[in-house]
Ligand binder design. Structure first.
Ligand code: GAR
Length: 202
């Protein structure tokens, strides 16, 4: 039996969080898991190139082309089972997963969200929108959260959080960059190590 937890990383865009995971595996922050596949719901995204550069199999499951959530999830399950994935990491993955999918992989799916949950989360809060909402509300502190995924968007058990201070003159873009650098790229790899280790012990 492989002694490392097999990790599938799901992406939809630039993939800076994927890069943080690849780097963390190289430098030993992730020791108990191995990224075995990267899956994108969209073709042509930069995250796929990052996977290829790191020599990790990269797969596109084109949600638009497949037409329905059911067809998309059926292909996803086929791919995950075929590769023996034990942990699914949503790293900038912009699709909501159904209750039957999240129940099938209960305790095996984790997500990174760019705010301190329960603020600025749930349906409609993703990417830059989260930071726009934080600035509009005038909060002084925001951050990132890594949590288990259940049937409620951004509603699963929290694994780690890290706070980031909002600075005068911040735009959604400057805030997004700081939250990524100071919070997401740190707590996502740390959480992946924590959960990978637990899976191997269970
Ligand atoms: C990240 O900030 C991630 O937390 C966020 O999208 C960005 C993706 O960037 N995810 C969500 O908003 C999910 N609700 P990346 O592709 O460079 O990792």
């Amino acid at each position: 039996m492989e002694e490392k937890t097999k990790i599938a990383v799901l992406v939809s865009g630039g993939g800076t969080n994927l890069q943080a995971l690849i780097d963390a595996e190289k430098n030993g922050i992730i020791r108990s898991g191995r990224i075995t596949v990267v899956i994108s719901n969209k073709p042509g995204v930069y995250a796929l190139e990052r996977a290829e550069k790191a020599e990790i199999p990269a797969v596109v499951i084109n949600k638009k082309e497949l037409g329905s959530q059911e067809a998309f999830e059926a292909r996803l399950i086929e791919e995950l089972e075929g590769r023996g994935a034990e942990l699914i990491v949503l790293a900038g993955f912009m699709c909501i997963l159904s209750e039957s999918f999240t129940k099938r992989y209960a305790g095996r799916i984790i997500n990174v969200h760019p705010s301190l949950i329960p603020s600025f989360c749930g349906q409609g809060y993703y990417g830059l929108r989260v930071h726009e909402a934080a600035l509009e509300r005038g909060v002084k502190v925001t951050g990132a959260t890594v949590h288990f995924v259940n049937e409620i968007p951004d509603g699963g058990e929290i694994i780690m959080q890290k706070a980031v201070t909002i600075e005068a003159g911040d735009t959604a873009e400057t805030l997004q960059k700081r939250v990524m650098e100071l919070a997401e790229w740190k707590i996502l790899p740390q959480s992946v190590e924590l959960v990978s280790k637990k899976i191997k012990k269970s």
